[in-house]
Design a protein. Structure first.
Length: 335
C-alpha cells in the first residue's frame, strides 16, 4: 500500500496540489489560514515527503546545512535550536556540523563538508565573520547565510540587533542613576563580545561617563566571578554589565562572597535572558535576544536565496527586548 500523496492532501484540505506543494516547500506566498488547513491535513494523513522524488523534480534536496561551533554556550545552542525548529516546520531536513576550532580555515572546511551532503543552502553561525575563505569556495557551493550581528559581511547575513539591546540595557542603568558602570566582556575577537564593548563605550561617552572599567571574561561563570572580584576590589563601580548571563551568575556569587548586597549595594545585569535568569538570586535583569524570531528569519532568508537566488542588500536584524528584574536598582546613598 502506498502512503498518502500530495493529491490526497489536496483533496482533504480543499486546495490545489500546487498549494500543497508550496506549503511543503515553505513558500511564503501561502496565506496563514490556508497553510494551517494544509498542515492539519498533512498531520491527519501522516504525509511524509518523498525527498528523492522532490529532488528529481526541483533539483533541490529539501535539506539545509547548519554550521556552528561550541554549542555548550547558550547563544550558539539557542541559534541552532531555533533554526532547526524553523526548518522542520517548513518541511526541510537539517544536517548539522560543528567546527572543532573557531578559525577561518576550520569553518571553511566544515562548510565544504556540509556542502558535499547535497544541501540546498547553509546557515553559518560563527563567533567571527570568516568571510574571505568562504568567498573562495568552489562556485557550486550552496548559498551561504551568515548569522552575525556586527561586522561588514560580504555574504547575506541576519542577526540580533545588539546595538539596540546594549543601548537599552545601559540606558536602564543610567536612568536608575548609575554613573560608574563596569563591563565583564566575552572572549576577545568574538563579534558579540567586541560589539557589546563598543556600544557600551558609545553610550557611556554620550553621557559623559568613564568607559575604562572593562574586564575580559570568556563567557563562563568562573570568569565572571574572577572579574567581578577584581572590579569590587579595584573600583568604585555601582553597576556591572556582564556580556552574558553565565558571567553575570559568577558576578552575583562574587558580590555575595564580598559581602555586597545586590541590588542595594551593587546592580548586576546580564545578556541573553537565559531560562535560568529569572531564578537567579536575585532575579537577573537581562536582554532577551528572541532566538525564535531569528530562526524564522534565517529560514525565510535562506529559502529566498535557494529558490530565487536573491537576498536583501543589507543585514536583517531581530530587535531584542529588555527584561527588568530584581538585580538592578538605583545606587545606594553611600555610593
Amino acid at each position: 500500500m502506498r502512503g498518502p500523496s500530495v493529491i490526497d492532501v489536496a483533496r482533504v484540505s480543499g486546495v490545489s496540489a500546487q498549494t500543497v506543494s508550496r506549503v511543503i516547500n515553505g513558500h511564503a506566498s501561502v496565506r496563514p489560514s490556508t497553510r494551517a488547513r494544509v498542515q492539519q491535513a498533512l498531520d491527519e494523513l501522516g504525509y511524509v515527503p518523498n525527498r528523492a522524488a522532490r529532488a528529481l523534480v526541483t533539483g533541490r534536496t529539501g535539506t539545509i546545512g547548519i554550521v556552528s561551533y561550541d554549542v555548550t554556550y547558550f547563544g550558539p545552542a539557542s541559534v541552532l535550536h531555533a533554526v532547526q525548529g524553523a526548518a522542520r516546520e517548513r518541511g526541510y531536513a537539517v544536517h548539522v556540523a560543528t567546527a572543532a576550532d573557531i578559525t577561518a580555515d576550520a569553518i571553511a572546511e566544515v562548510v565544504q563538508e556540509v556542502a558535499r551532503h547535497g544541501v540546498d543552502g547553509i546557515v553559518v553561525d560563527t563567533p567571527q565573520l570568516v568571510a574571505q575563505p568562504l568567498i573562495d569556495l568552489p562556485p557550486r557551493t550552496p548559498p551561504l547565510l551568515f548569522v552575525t550581528s556586527l561586522g561588514s559581511p560580504s555574504k547575506p547575513a541576519v542577526g540580533i540587533d545588539d546595538v539596540t539591546g546594549v543601548r537599552r540595557l545601559i540606558g536602564h542603568l543610567i536612568e536608575l542613576g548609575h554613573t560608574r558602570i563596569a563591563q565583564i566582556s566575552g572572549s576577545q575577537g568574538w563579534f558579540d563580545a567586541d560589539g557589546r564593548v563598543l556600544v557600551w563605550r558609545e553610550v557611556l561617552r554620550e553621557h559623559g561617563l568613564r568607559d575604562d572599567l572593562l574586564w575580559r571574561g570568556d563567557w563562563t561563570p568562573q570568569s565572571g566571578y574572577d572579574a567581578a572580584r577584581e572590579i569590587l576590589e579595584a573600583t568604585d563601580a555601582t553597576a556591572i554589565f556582564a556580556a552574558n548571563d553565565s558571567m553575570a551568575l559568577g558576578a552575583l556569587k562574587a558580590a555575595a562572597d564580598a559581602g555586597r548586597s545586590v541590588p542595594s549595594d551593587l546592580s548586576i545585569v546580564g545578556y541573553d535572558d537565559s531560562p535560568e535568569s529569572p531564578y537567579f538570586m536575585p532575579a537577573l535583569t537581562s536582554v532577551n535576544q528572541n532566538f525564535a524570531a531569528l530562526g524564522e528569519l534565517c529560514m525565510e532568508t535562506l529559502i529566498r536565496l535557494v529558490e530565487e537566488g536573491t537576498a536583501p542588500d543589507e543585514r536583517i536584524l531581530v530587535t531584542p527586548s529588555l527584561r527588568v528584574r530584581a538585580s538592578s536598582a538605583p545606587p545606594s546613598d553611600r555610593d
